[in-house]
Design a binder for this molecule. Structure first.
Ligand code: 13P
Ligand code: ZN
Length: 416
């Protein structure tokens, strides 16, 4: 048996005795598999090189009997009290003896009950701990697999690039990516769908699609070090009115407060060209600065930014739109921005930042970067003197457009 002790000896109501728990039992000659119960097992049982034999059980049986005898100490006391010479000190009637016996029995039962409660509590605790550990391991494994996907890596890299440019103070800015169906398949097994929530607008042309987005209030500077806490993957319902998180934001939270703008822009761009997948909002310092000194007009910003860097008309030939200052985070600004996105890939939010849309992470980041670089040159130029001594002329732009095979709308090539 290898683990004889009072707890492993059970008594039923009819007085039958059962030996239980053969978990440690061995055949004679087998190598010892572990130490029995302290105070019942012999010291030899702790030595793993020993082999099982009957002497281990005989020792434990002795110890078991010894502990049973201790339990009879109380009975011994009752016997002694019956045998006291002095009548006054002896029991006076049978009821008193019966009462003492019942008291002993009660204490025994209580001890047993207490042990059972402790045992159940310990087992439950251990079980919960095992379950928690298993859940944590599974989550970690899921996160690792999800984060291994190329599109997730591209998203994280882009967020970090924006942080390094200085466009994302605190939780400023947000990023979204319309995930391709084959990419959804790649990471689907790691999904754990949560409850549905309203988007705050309707995007029926994106119904049922999946998006990778930054979390509201999350810092871009943390996206590389704790992506599972900073970003999430969402699924839209069949009407394009509700979303649910299927991965990420492990410590709670919701997608960016600019989700209506991101989704409405992505919808407009998708209807234009299925290849559009990325929408990026950044707090680009120099573009913001210009919104305090230039008229808030598409044609002024487009022309000024085109002039400051020769590649600009090639990178954003359709121009750049300007949304006047509005309260961020809602449907109204989303409608205004998506209206401009019908015409442009870039939209400025006066005194706030910029939105860029593109086919992939490189193109979208490059677009934001180019426009902001051009704005920086303009800020520097204006800081030196209020007027330009020379610049690129409308005719030179027309020449450039021809050579580079782009169409530059005449509305931006006005005479100043
Ligand atoms: P979120 O943290 O909700 O994405 O908001 C940041 C921001 O830039 C709002 O315009
Ligand atoms: Zn913002």
């Amino acid at each position: 048996h290898m683990d004889l002790k009072p707890e492993n000896i059970m008594l039923d109501r009819s007085g039958n005795i059962y030996l239980i728990d053969f978990g440690a039992a061995l055949f004679a000659g087998e190598k010892l598999s572990g130490y029995g119960t302290k105070n019942y097992a012999s010291k030899k049982q702790a030595k793993t090189e020993e082999r099982a034999d009957i002497y281990f059980d005989i020792y434990s049986l002795g110890k078991t009997m010894e502990s049973l005898l201790k339990a009879t100490d109380a009975v011994q006391k009752i016997i002694e009290k019956c045998l006291i010479d002095d009548d006054a000190k002896r029991y006076h009637n049978i009821r008193q003896i019966q009462a003492d016996f019942e008291r002993i029995l009660r204490i025994c039962r209580m001890k047993k009950g207490f042990m059972v409660v402790i045992a159940v509590f310990c087992i439950q605790n251990l079980w919960n701990q095992i379950q928690r550990e298993e859940k944590r391991e599974k989550e970690e494994e899921n996160n690792m697999k999800f984060l291994d996907a190329e599109f997730v890596k591209g998203f994280i890299r882009m967020a970090n690039d924006g942080w390094e440019q200085g466009w994302h103070e605190r939780n400023g800015g947000n990023l979204s990516y319309r995930v391709k169906p084959e990419e959804v398949e790649e990471v689907k097994e790691n999904f754990e769908a949560r409850e549905w929530n309203p988007i705050g607008t309707a995007v029926p042309n994106l119904a049922g699609e999946y998006f990778l987005v930054t979390g509201s209030g999350k810092y871009f500077r943390n996206v590389t070090i704790k992506p599972e806490d900073s970003i999430c993957m969402i699924e839209l319902d069949e009407k394009g009115e509700n979303y649910r998180i299927v991965w990420g934001l492990v410590n709670g939270g919701r997608p960016t407060s600019e989700l209506p703008s991101h989704l409405m822009n992505l919808e407009v761009k998708k209807l234009q060209d299925e290849r559009y997948r990325v929408v990026y909002h950044a707090h680009t310092t120099n573009v913001i600065a210009l919104t305090f000194v230039l008229p808030l007009e598409d044609k002024v910003f487009t022309r000024e930014l085109w002039e400051m860097a020769t590649e600009c008309p090639v990178v954003f030939p359709s121009g750049i739109g300007v949304v006047p200052w509005m309260v961020p985070g809602g449907r109204e600004i989303a409608v205004a921005t998506s209206e401009l996105m019908k015409k442009y890939d870039l939209a400025i939010w006066a005194h706030h930042g910029m939105f860029a849309a593109g086919f992939d992470f490189d193109l979208t980041f490059g677009l934001m970067h180019t426009a902001e670089k051009s704005a920086e040159i303009l800020v520097k130029t204006l800081s030196m003197q209020p007027t330009k001594r020379q610049t690129i002329t409308p005719d030179e732009f027309r020449h450039l457009a021809k050579d580079f095979g782009v169409t530059l709308p005449e509305e931006f090539l006005y005479e100043k």
